[in-house]
Design a protein. Structure first.
Lengths: 348, 397
């Protein structure tokens, strides 16, 4: 028995963190948030060079064939530096389109870039929802991810199937969220024929949710690290504030909640990798749990920073907003918990 | 990442399971009450002889004498949990005093105490906390003054569980009032029958006396009862406390509680609806289930660290705080799910689960406070896990 990361997994995460510390430094994140597209392109280039697009594509299709746990480690590193990336969309596309070797080859090579328009699998609001009629897709999807620069969009229809469409055939408009580092779009289709259609299994949906949880894990860990560092430096009443129990206990509470959450993500990812029947259920629980723990950490770490945490000067708000968006993305914590209850037969 | 066991361990599991099945009819039942019940002692001896209790304690002291193997210990615990067959005896003597003695005791002390303790013939209680020494344990004031081959003890202890039943006490006393706080303490053992010891039950919020107060008036105890060395008691106590913290917050016990709660919510109904069919209650259940899975996975991580001889770091430091709190929250939800009937206690026609949930909701709060309060745990996490500074010491007036 060994419940730990392998040497390869640690190396994968460490080397990506190394790349990100240069390519996703806070100055660049600020510029990306301000809409400087050149900066976003520079980050994309660095991540492409690292080879993110091929990681999750099976070896038979020219990829590295890594698993859910590896993907979580990558996403955690991206979350740690609040780096916008299309990795999540790419990984989920590779999972959903497993078996379509030609498409997967294009994903690995970077020729095909997928966006995700899956929100309506969980929630349909404001008349959203895409219908398949006579082999054509019509309707709209809200809060689609990674639409900028995409060649294809994976769209969920109202019956729960997922279709790949050419991005050029969709009309898209930006939806402004609290998180300016990542873009979200409303996608409209008017009689577009799908290129490929698949029916996602519970594992694929749970995998997408688990990646969102891993992103929050990384962002939450960064906030704890920043809060602890600040508390050891900032002085008031003639001593560093980290020596006050009130502040120490806030930091301890954050760590006490986040550290077991890390193990939950590892366990859920491993369960998905080995095809354990509990895998999708655990991944849904992890999505909900990281939403709760992340929200607690985001708030508490900001408070440890005092007034500075509230300002734009230290930039802590990028992590706060990243966690805030992740909480709602691909289903609220309540929806993820209900999915977990359904997956274990507790809902009649 | 590999959660399956090697074939040798699966074979070991099969062996354990077979031994338990073969002997299950000899296990004590709820009828066999009391600390020195003959059936319980016979069962304990059978478990030791089969390598299912006192497994790593050397044969010469009455144990089974196996090499330590974390996975085998884990398999044994899992098999007892799975089969619900009563497991080995626990208690402060077996769980805390024996490991301490093995580490720091003399050969004569090991020969005298280990066998009867692990066989359940000798019951121990722990004399640590005092009215003025709780979280600040090193502030103990109970004094022990030398008088020839003896010490004469005066003072009092509190939170002493099993003091009424105990044959012996292991106790922290102040032997050098002039030394620095941590350097004048001695760890000493003596019979509870020694003249001058008075035990008063301390009734707690559960309605029963799970703890006691113990008063010492000129209690003469032989110096041969000292463990390790005079004035080195703080080191000895720390060895023991390490063993105690390991006992609190076990995720497998928490998982069992959660399964009990799920079973309750599937069978209980209100207004004709099963509790599990109430979406609000179900959501709360799923919240707790996520935490239970997290603590279980965290436990797997700690086990792996121990197998690799590595420190468990933050994963280890958070167990007592998170585990005890989670147990309390599980009891809270069970009470809420039972609604008005959740307030019933001890006996009566409408009582559910023998009143266990209310009892746990009270007793588990005791565990959040005992064995190092939640606040002390947070200090430990911050100082040892996050490398944050200690509270500055107050200047002496």
């Amino acid at each position: 028995m060994e419940f730990a990361l392998s040497e390869d997994q640690r190396m994968l995460q460490d080397s990506l963190k190394g790349v990100l510390s240069e390519a996703a430094h806070l100055d660049r994140i600020r510029k990306i948030a301000a809409g400087e597209t050149g900066e976003g392109a520079a980050l994309d280039a660095a991540l492409s060079e690292f080879g993110l697009s091929a990681l999750m594509v099976p070896e038979a299709a020219g990829g590295l064939g890594l698993g859910a746990l590896d993907a979580c480690l990558v996403q955690e590193a991206l979350g740690y530096d609040v780096a916008p990336s299309r990795f999540l969309a790419t990984a989920v596309a590779a999972k959903l389109l497993g078996g379509k070797v030609d498409i997967l080859g294009n994903i690995a090579g970077g020729e095909a870039k997928f966006a995700l328009a899956l929100t309506e699998l969980f929630s349909r609001r404001d008349g959203a929802g895409v219908e398949l009629k006579g082999g054509k897709l019509t309707g709209k999807s809200l809060l689609a991810q990674s639409v900028d620069g995409a060649t294809h969009i994976l769209v969920a229809d109202t019956a729960g199937a997922v279709h790949s469409v050419e991005a050029a055939k969709a009309s898209v408009t930006v939806m402004q969220t609290i998180d300016r580092t990542r873009t979200f779009h409303e996608v409209s289709l008017d009689g577009v024929a799908p290129l490929v259609s698949v029916t996602p299994d519970a594992g694929a949906i749970a995998f997408a949710r688990l990646l969102v949880a891993a992103d929050t894990l990384g962002a939450g860990q960064a906030m704890i690290d920043k809060a602890v560092a600040y508390a050891k430096e900032r002085q008031q009443f003639g001593r560093v504030i980290g020596s006050f129990q009130a502040v120490k206990h806030m930091c301890a509470e954050m760590a006490a909640k986040l550290e077991p959450a890390r193990a939950l993500i590892w366990h859920a990812a491993h369960a998905l990798d080995i095809g354990d029947a509990e895998g999708p259920m655990m991944a849904s629980l992890a999505k909900a749990h990281l939403a709760e723990v992340g929200t607690f950490v985001a708030r508490t770490a900001t408070e440890v920073h005092g007034g500075m945490g509230f300002t734009d000067l230290v930039g802590l708000h990028y992590w706060y907003k990243r966690i805030g968006v992740n909480r709602q993305l691909l289903g609220s914590p309540e929806q993820a918990r209900e999915a977990a209850a359904q997956l274990q037969g507790l809902v009649v | 990442m590999k959660l399956t066991l090697d074939p040798q361990y699966e074979a070991f599991r099969a062996e354990v399971s077979e031994t338990l099945a073969k002997n299950a009819h000899l296990a004590p039942t709820s009828e066999d009450k009391g600390y020195k019940n003959a059936k319980r002692i016979a069962w304990q001896k059978l478990l030791i002889g089969s390598g299912l209790a006192a497994r790593t304690i050397p044969k010469e002291y009455g144990g089974y004498g196996a090499e330590p193997d974390i996975l085998k210990s884990r398999i044994i615990a899992e098999e007892f949990a799975r089969t619900r067959i009563p497991g080995p005896m626990a208690g402060q003597g077996i769980s805390m005093f024996v490991p301490t003695l093995l580490e720091l005791g003399t050969e004569a002390q090991k020969q005298a105490y280990i066998r009867p303790t692990i066989e359940g013939e000798m019951i121990w209680c722990q004399g640590y906390s005092e009215p003025g020494a709780g979280s600040d344990l090193a502030a103990v004031r109970t004094s022990a003054v030398e008088d020839g081959d003896h010490y004469v003890i005066n003072g009092s202890k509190i939170w002493t569980s099993t003091a009424k039943q105990a044959d012996m006490m292991f106790c922290l006393v102040r032997t050098d009032p002039n030394a620095k706080k941590h350097e004048g303490i001695t760890y000493i053992t003596f019979p509870m029958s020694t003249p001058g010891i008075e035990v008063r039950p301390l009734v707690d919020m559960t309605g029963s006396a799970n703890f006691n107060e113990v008063f010492f008036t000129d209690v003469r105890v032989p110096k041969s009862g000292v463990i390790f060395a005079p004035n080195k008691g703080w080191q000895v106590a720390n060895a023991t406390l390490t063993h105690e913290r390991g006992m609190l917050g076990d995720p497998n016990a928490t998982k069992a509680r959660l399964l009990e709660l799920i079973a309750l919510m599937k069978t209980e109904t209100v207004n004709g609806q099963r509790l599990i069919d109430n979406p609000v209650l179900r959501d709360r259940l799923m919240k707790l289930q996520a935490e239970v899975y997290a603590m279980q996975a965290n436990g797997l991580r700690i086990t792996t660290s121990r197998l690799q001889g590595q420190p468990a770091g933050l994963a280890g430091l958070v167990v007592k705080l998170q585990g005890c709190d989670l147990n309390h929250e599980i009891a809270r939800l069970a009470i809420d799910a039972l609604g008005e009937l959740g307030i019933l206690y001890e006996e009566g026609e409408h009582l559910r689960s023998d009143g266990a949930w209310q009892w746990r909701y009270m007793y588990d709060l005791g565990l959040i406070i005992g064995g190092g309060t939640a606040q002390i745990q947070k200090n430990i996490i911050a100082e040892r896990g996050l490398d944050m500074p200690r509270e500055p010491k107050l200047a002496k007036a």
